[in-house]
Design a binder for this molecule. Structure first.
Ligand code: HH2
Length: 350
């Protein structure tokens, strides 16, 4: 069997002040972005248990073996817009959790109204996409039944389809929720099980024709934090996502319609999460847009001791780590704050 090949762009080059054509020619552009150029890449080869790593400059990569060039080509190609949202810069996805613990006061109608108001507020703050979910997937959480999940998310999606100009994604693992949510106006499917939880979801997503976010998770939310283990977390997550992309392609969902997400906190220890955050640029090799959801997650608490309501600084740092590595979609709770941090970063580096 041939060794698996990975390429992780390193050494991001700030855009040159002048013409800088020579520098541009000696850099690799990621995902079709002129503002995202790297001086070289770590090339990783994995053959069974052995992993070989070497650093190549952009010039060396240009004259490397064919397989490597094909990978560079896939990494460099422009990405298609996601439901009309151009992926030429980092975009913000605002989190709308319609779970009893998030909007508990006010009963069912009150919960819907509160979720819609919250979503509209996040849109005003600059969210390009609103992610609506009715099933908590936090570690240890229990599954929610189909009808209950629909009662939570469908009225919110229906109202936002009328009142909001943002793109709407439905955060669900169930084929039937995907179908009904699309009927109410959802534009994107976000599945934390990468279309594996429900045996019907792959064909449903193909039939609906919507773009799909494939997130990596190891195991089920209830048990995923019971000693997750990997040979090499970054390469294993990459391989799993690659296999899911291939399954989607076989089912008739084109790669251009897929977004990949390493799934921070889903079956990962603190060390796993940090390794993934440090190697996000590797995921561009999959040829899809890349998404990151690190906002307020418990690994920030584990690292710093901060409680859930107090993790904005860590969340902003994670968002900027993503932006610096070309992540196109940042899933965040604090849209205004993230937008400000990104504005500063983009003004200097974008
Ligand atoms: N994280 C959560 C839920 N959905 N989807 C993607 N694509 N990526 C993520 O990282 C992701 C996700 C969990 O985060 P949160 O919204 O804070 O919790 P809950 O599951 O309770 O909604």
């Amino acid at each position: 069997m041939t060794a698996s090949l990975y390429i992780r762009p390193v050494g991001r080059i700030a855009p040159p002040a002048g013409e800088g054509e020579r520098e541009q020619a000696l850099a690799i552009a990621v995902a079709g972005r002129n503002d995202l150029r790297f001086a070289g890449a770590e090339v990783i080869e994995r053959d069974g248990g052995s992993v070989r790593r070497r650093l190549l400059s952009a010039g060396e990569l240009r004259s490397a073996e064919n397989r490597l060039q094909a990978l560079v080509q896939r990494l460099s190609q422009p990405r298609e817009a996601l439901a009309g949202v151009a992926l030429d810069r980092p975009r913000l996805m605002g989190v709308i959790n319609v779970t009893p613990d998030s909007f508990s006061d006010g009963g069912r109608y009150g919960a819907t109204e509160a979720a819609v108001e919250h979503a509209l507020q996040l849109e005003r703050e600059g969210a390009d996409i609103l992610d609506i979910g009715g099933e908590s997937t936090r570690p240890g959480s229990d599954p929610v039944d189909l009808e209950e999940e629909c009662r939570r998310v469908l009225p919110v999606i229906a109202a936002l389809a009328k009142r909001s100009r943002a793109r709407l994604s439905v955060d669900t693992r169930k084929a039937e929720v995907m179908r009904r949510a699309a009927g109410e106006g959802a534009h994107i499917i976000n599945d934390v099980s990468a279309l594996t939880h429900d045996p019907r979801s792959l064909s449903m997503a193909a039939e609906l024709g919507l773009p799909v976010i494939l997130m990596h998770a190891l195991g089920d939310p209830r048990t995923m934090q019971d000693r997750p283990t990997y040979d090499d977390v970054v390469l294993d997550v990459y391989d799993t996502l690659e296999a899911r992309i291939e399954a989607c392609e076989r089912a008739g969902i084109a790669r251009a319609r897929l977004i990949v997400d390493p799934g921070i906190g889903f079956g990962k220890t603190l060390a796993h999460n940090l390794a993934l955050l440090g190697s996000l640029s590797l995921f561009h090799g999959l040829g899809c847009g890349v998404m990151l959801g690190a906002s307020r997650k418990s690994f920030i608490g584990k690292l710093t001791g901060a409680e859930a309501g107090d993790r904005l600084p860590g969340s902003l740092a994670a968002a900027l780590l993503g932006a610096a590595q070309g992540v196109q979609i940042l899933r965040v709770h604090d849209v205004a704050a993230t937008r400000q941090a990104l504005a500063l970063w983009l003004a200097a580096m974008g």
